[in-house]
Design a protein around this ligand. Sequence first.
Ligand code: CYC
Length: 162
Amino acid sequence: LLDAVTSLIKNYDVSGRYLDRDAIDSLKSYFQSGTTRIQIANIINANSPELVLNAGKQLFEEVPELIRAGGNAYTTRRYSACLRDMDYYLRYVSYALIAGDTSVLDERVLQGLRETYNSLGVPIGPTVRGIQIMKEMIKDMAFASGIENTSLVDEPFDHLAR
Ligand code: CYC
C-alpha cells in the first residue's frame, strides 16, 4: 500500500538520487490537489449508501437481464453481492483518491478478482459499467459542490475498470 509521496521516495531511494525537478513537480501537483482529494473523499463518505444503491439501480435498468431468472444478479443473495461489490469498489476508490496512488486497488481489490468472477460467471462488462456509473455520479456531485476540475476522480475508477 503506497501513496504518491512514499512511492516517489522509494523510486529515488533505490537509485540514490536527490529529488530532481520532475520529483518536485509531481510532489507539488499532489500537494496542490490535496484539498480537492479530501473534498471528494468526503462527498463519497457522506453519500456512499445512496451512491451504491442508485448506481446499482441504473446498472439494472441498463442491463435488465442481470436481474432476470438466469442473470448473475438474480436472487436477493446475488443482488446483494453485486451491491456489496460496488460498495467495495467505492470504498477502495476513496482510499486510492486520498493516497494519489492506485496500488491499494491492485493489492486489496483486483488481485485474483478476474478468476473469482470468471468462476462464478460474474460478467465483467456490466461490472465495468457499474464502476463507470459510480464515477459519473461522483463527478457530477463534485462539480455541483463547486469543484470545477473533477479529473482527479478518473484515475482510480479508470484503473479499476481497466
Ligand atoms: C461474488 N464478489 C463475489 C465474490 C467475491 C467478490 C470474492 C465471491 C464470494 C462471495 O459471494 O462473497 C468480490 N470480494 C470481492 C472484492 C473484494 C472481496 C472485489 C475486495 C474487497 O473481498 N454480479 C452481476 C453484476 C455484479 C455482480 C454485474 C455487480 C456489479 O451481475 C457481482 N459478485 C457479484 C455477484 C456475486 C459476486 C452476483 C455472487 C455470485 C455467486 O455467488 O453466484
